[in-house]
Ligand binder design. Structure first.
Ligand SMILES: [Zn+2]
Length: 133
């Protein structure tokens, strides 16, 4: 059962779009989504397609001790991405051709990398890769 607050975000991923919550009252972006805007307390919140571009603030590679249900996905990389819209989110990083992430560096530009609808339904998170320069 998908929690209603993330239903639109997940539907966007399945369509290949990265959505960020936007306040209809003050126009500011919120991420993660909230039930009330942290800037103006309005409960009138919508979604907007993000540029998908941002900066890789930090990342880590999980090789051991994954959360339950993720055992078959090791290793994988999780990164905090600061989107150009001014909000940040946690996402997965597309590995290099060798299956590792040695080419990634903090503070580099990354961009949203849509996964297949099937993949997005199974594991609804945003993926990022190196931004094309
Ligand atoms: Zn607001």
């Amino acid at each position: 059962m998908t929690p209603p607050i993330v239903a639109d975000f997940r539907a966007g991923l399945i369509r290949g779009e990265l959505l960020v919550q936007k306040c209809n009252s003050c126009g500011k972006f919120n991420m993660y989504p909230r039930y009330a805007c942290p800037h103006c307390q309005s409960e009138s919140l919508g979604w907007q397609k993000a540029s998908g571009k941002g900066v890789l603030h930090s990342f880590t590679i999980l090789r051991l001790g994954p959360p339950e249900g993720f055992e078959n996905e090791l290793p994988y990389a999780l990164g905090v991405v600061k989107l150009d819209e001014g909000v940040q989110l946690l996402g997965r990083l597309v590995p290099d051709a060798d299956g590792e992430w040695k080419s990634y560096k903090c503070d580099e530009r990354v961009e949203f990398a849509p996964m297949s609808a099937e993949h997005a339904e199974k594991r609804p998170c945003a993926w990022f890769k190196h931004a094309k320069t």
